[in-house]
Design a protein around this ligand. Structure first.
Ligand SMILES: Cc1cc2nc3c(=O)[nH]c(=O)nc-3n(C[C@H](O)[C@H](O)[C@H](O)COP(=O)(O)OP(=O)(O)OC[C@H]3O[C@@H](n4cnc5c(N)ncnc54)[C@H](O)[C@@H]3O)c2cc1C
Length: 326
């Protein structure tokens, strides 16, 4: 029986959407391999969130309830997760390949002596052999991979799985793991928290995103986008060029090395549509592109294209929408 362990990260008292996806993937895999899915939760509220992990398919949830694990610290998390892995010996360790998962996957697979595969979206079983599917070439194709080591770490691509519906009545077991993570292992310390986001809506959860790129010409361009986004109840996103220029915080970056988003509506303003940016919006339902260059690659992805200067389009669109929506 394949032993599957999922890292179910949580934001406050709720499982992250990435954790729900990782659990859904684990549960699907367990049903194909005849096994069961177990989960691990870290932090002082782990025990109270554990029932959500059970509702999402975990049969057993291991918790390491240490106050030091309240905030993400890569060294403390790696040590705690590795302790649980050593005690429970999973064959497959699954995590969401979100910002935290990106920090953990490589470190954990090295400690475990495991093969690691990231951005995994699916699997296949041929003659009892598992292979893993992930997008390649900037999402232009899918690759099918087998692994050479007996242990595997899988990073599940964000927004690639149906989170499914939690079954509150599911019964499972919660097992506290007695491990006191040594404080001296923390090599970094959180000194101060800075409110970075331009809106309260998390990019990954936003149904509408208005995203700006280098074509905005400076940070003031984002003020126009903010007005539109707040009118639509959406969030602000950005290309890496806009983040690297310091116009907006880096946590607004959408793309391969930023957030992978899945909104109903993605408005790309002054963004050329580099493959690394498009990798973050593959599952966006409707993409509207506003760009002065009719040859910009973003128009190949866009459902609606506006070839124009954003400075004329955005203010008049905002004004028109105000009349309809307010
Ligand atoms: C390993 C790696 C990872 C990367 N990861 C990411 C990532 O996660 N996310 C990401 O975004 N990028 C990423 N990049 C960078 C990516 O390759 C591009 O450089 C970046 O996306 C370009 O940003 P942009 O579209 O804002 O800028 P540009 O490519 O410079 O495009 C600006 C666009 O604005 C248009 N424009 C100019 N003026 C106006 C105007 N007044 N009105 C309307 N349109 C106008 C122009 O026609 C142009 O198309 C990565 C690159 C590498 C190598």
């Amino acid at each position: 029986m394949t032993k599957i362990l999922v890292f179910a990260n949580h934001l406050g008292e709720n499982l992250s959407s990435g954790a729900r996806e990782a659990l859904a993937f684990g549960a699907r895999l367990a049903s194909s391999t005849g096994g069961e899915v177990r989960a691990v939760l870290l932090g002082p509220v782990a025990a109270s969130v554990a029932k959500d992990a059970i509702a999402c398919g975990a049969s057993i949830v291991y918790t390491v309830s240490n106050p030091l694990l309240d905030e993400f610290d890569v060294e403390l998390y790696v040590n705690s997760l590795f302790e649980v892995i050593e005690q429970t010996t999973p064959d497959i360790f699954i995590l969401s390949f979100d910002k935290i998962g990106k920090d953990l996957a490589g470190r954990l697979s090295t400690r475990m002596g495991a093969s690691a595969l990231t951005e995994v979206v699916d699997y296949k079983i041929n003659d009892d052999k598992l292979t893993w599917i992930r997008p390649i070439y900037g999402d232009k194709a899918f690759g099918e991979y087998s692994t050479t080591r007996s242990k595997i770490v899988l990073g599940i691509r964000q927004k690639s799985q149906d989170e499914g519906n939690p079954v509150e009545s599911r019964i499972g077991e919660i097992i506290p793991i007695d491990y006191t993570v040594p404080e001296e292992m923390a090599v970094t310390k959180l000194v101060v928290k800075i409110q970075a986001a331009l809106s309260d809506i998390r990019l990954e959860d936003a149904r509408i995103i208005v995203s700006g790129g280098r074509g905005l010409g400076g940070p003031e361009g984002f003020k126009e986008l903010e007005a539109l986004a707040s009118l639509l109840g959406g969030a602000i996103g950005a290309s890496r060029a806009a983040c690297d220029a310091g116009w907006v915080p880096s946590n607004l970056q959408v793309g391969q090395t930023g957030a992978v988003v899945s909104p109903d509506l993605y408005i790309a303003v002054g963004i050329s549509g580099a493959s690394q940016h498009l990798a973050g919006i593959t599952t966006a339902k409707t993409v509207v592109a506003i760009n002065t260059d009719e040859e910009a690659p973003i128009f190949k992805r866009a459902n609606i294209g506006v070839i124009a200067d954003y400075k004329t389009v955005i203010p008049s669109l905002t004004e028109k929408l105000k009349k309809v929506l307010v």
